[in-house]
Write a protein that binds this ligand. Sequence first.
Ligand code: NAD
Ligand code: MG
Length: 392
Amino acid sequence: MRRVTILGSTGSIGENTVDLIARDPGIYDVVALTGGRNVTRLAEQAKQLRADIAVTCYPECYQQLVDLLSGTGIAVAAGRAALIEAAQRPVDWTMSAIVGAAGFPPGLAALAHGTTLALANKESLVTAGPLLMSTARAHGATILPVDSEHSAVFQGLVGEDISAVERIVITASGGAFRDWPIERLADATLAEASSHPNWDMGQRITIDSASMFNKSLELIETKEFFGISPSKIEVIVHPESLIHAMVGFRDGALMAHIGPPDMRHAIGYALHWPDRRHLPVARLDLAQIATLTFRPPDEQRWPALRLARHVMEIGGLSGAVFNAAKEVALDGFIAGQLRFTDMAPVVERVLDAMNADNALHCDRVNLDTVHQADQVARSRAAEAIAQRNEAH
Ligand code: NAD
Ligand code: MG
């Protein structure tokens, strides 16, 4: 039996992971499942997969989860410390699918017992890529990318030497506002930003797709995971979302990974790696698709891409600051406090202010310095939002 844990099991990636695991009864011993406020769903999953423990990150949801699981023999816990404790339970495979920087500490804790970490939580690599990668190395743990682009690149590199790679091209659908006139973007509503043309994902990443903050996180993720120079990483807008990424080699070959927009492919690849098993994803009918199109990314429409280049140049704590400020700006947009087009300026302002304070450079990037930078960036971003609202 393979022991597995799913961090963030009630989310979009979590549900897809549960779906794959539930299809193979008798193969997996499910240790921990974690979620947030949706304890009804968490309890259902825990019963279905016969988990050892179910954890909600919210202490106020503890009693409800206890009631839902009473008599099942499934242990229940709540809060951040419980999340870490659950992640530390020895398993063979852990899915890291919590959204945001909150997913970083549990993922890091899981690496300490040498698990294979299937990493959907790209924010971990953006926030503290070198720390995450060195922790994995120190404990003999393996990190497998689950982001569709990074899974595609990873698959394109099997049997290849990374030094022969000339370029990595990650594709972007362009999100909800790809074809909108730029002048309209300032008035984009939450509902409009929350609908993706091709992918069915959690709300936060869907909005981040419209602003391309998602792609900017993925640029940094590519640099950190594959250890490749930013100058070799490109973004191309590909509205069909069928090619997920391409790897270009020094002999001129460009290997593309093509498949339907279904995260169960990348999740399943990470679950069965290094094997390939049958997966319940649609097979493409190329004759019916007929055409694949590409456009250059427009940095005026998507300023987040420019900010990501800046972050990759600076390094240090700038990824942690970038991500934290982005999370606060996104909260502001979701809460109706910030216009869609104000998110990037808020993030840029925080980066500039902390750069001016020399707070982005750091020789000792560890859990404490990352946490501190994250907290300062969050309060700076909240200030920037308040100032912006006063000015309007
Ligand atoms: P989601 O919002 O659907 O689910 C998030 C999960 O994390 C839920 O289980 C939720 O309960 C839990 N959670 C939320 N806040 C938490 C907190 N503070 N502490 C602990 N748990 C918390 O998100 P998602 O779309 O599944 O995305 C998960 C991660 O995977 C993100 O990092 C995202 O960028 C990445 N990702 C998602 C997709 C996709 O198709 N959804 C694709 C690629 C990468
Ligand atoms: Mg992606």
